[in-house]
Design a protein around this ligand. Structure first.
Ligand SMILES: [Zn+2]
Length: 66
């Protein structure tokens, strides 16, 4: 069983897409992971923009997303 990843800011458990976004946008070397809401604040963007990015990554065939 894998370790459950939680948001560094609010403690919400991350889903697969959120974990994929963290890897793509912050990098797997970071020990800080963010849920999509906190990630949008951290990156100074919007949740809608991040959801679009998830769709883009999926369309590229990235297996980090579902
Ligand atoms: Zn959060």
């Amino acid at each position: 069983m894998g370790k459950r990843v939680k948001c560094f800011v609010c403690g919400t458990s991350l889903n697969k897409n959120e974990m994929g976004l963290n890897k793509k946008l912050i990098g797997i070397t970071s020990d800080k992971s963010f849920c999509i809401e906190c990630l949008s604040a951290y990156l100074d963007t919007t949740v809608e923009d991040l959801l679009e990015k998830i769709e883009d990554f999926k369309n590229e065939g990235c297996t980090l997303f579902e």
